[in-house]
Design a protein around this ligand. Sequence first.
Ligand SMILES: *Cc1c(COP(=O)(O)O)cnc(C)c1O
Length: 230
Amino acid sequence: MKELPQPVQNLKQILNFIEKKNYKISKLVVITKNHTYEKIQLLYDYGHRDFGENKYQEARDKFPLVKIKPDEPFITHHVGPLQSGNARNIPQIFDWIHGAGSVNALQILEKASLKNYKKSSKRIHYLIQLNLTREPSKLGGFFLEDFESLFERKILPTENEAMIFKGFMTMGPSDGNLEISRKVFKELRKIRDQYKKDGELSMGMSGDWQIALEEGATILRIGTAILGNR
Ligand SMILES: *Cc1c(COP(=O)(O)O)cnc(C)c1O
C-alpha cells in the first residue's frame, strides 16, 4: 500500500484526535502561506476544502493554480492583519476574513464587498479580531475596551448584504506561552457568549490548538503542524 503524503498524514492525525475526543468544530483551516500550491493540491485531492493565506498577492497567484473539482467548494480564508493597500481586493478572492481588526479596515471591506457582490453575488464572512494579549504587535486586533465601546455605539458589527459577521478571532502570545494562550482563549469565549451566542471562535494554531479545543474553539488555523516548517 502506498503511504499517504506527510501533510495528509498530519491532517488525518489532527482530525482523528478531534473526532476521538468528540470536539465539535466547524472548520479546520490549513494555513498555506510560504508553501507551494502543490501542497494545497495534495490536501484538496484528499478531500480538504478550507485553506488560508495571509497575503493577498501570494493567494492571488497561488489559489488559481489548484485544480478544483466542478461542483466542489474551495473555501479561502484571509488570516492576519488586512494590509490597507490590499483590503479592497480581498473580497474578490477570499470567502472568509479572520483579521478584521480596525474600523478603517472594516470600512474598506464594506465598500469592496458591496462592489464585488453586485458583480458576483458573492458574500464574505468575517470575524472580528481581538488583541487580548495586549502585545503592541503588528498582528492587529481591537483592544477589548475599544471593541466594547464601538459595539455599544453600534459602529460594530458592520453588516450589509455582502458581508456577514460570523464571530471572533484571536491569537496567543508571540512567545508561545501556553498559559497565556489559555487565558486569552477563555476570554474570547466569554466575549463570544456575551456578544454573539452562536458565533464562531477562530483560535488555535500549531502550538496551541489542543488548548484552543479545550477552551471551545470552533475554527482552528493550522499551518506548520500539517505542512512542516515554512
Ligand atoms: C501563520 C498563521 C497561522 C498558522 O500558524 P502555524 O503556527 O504555522 O500553525 C494561524 N493564524 C494566523 C493569523 C497566521 O498568520
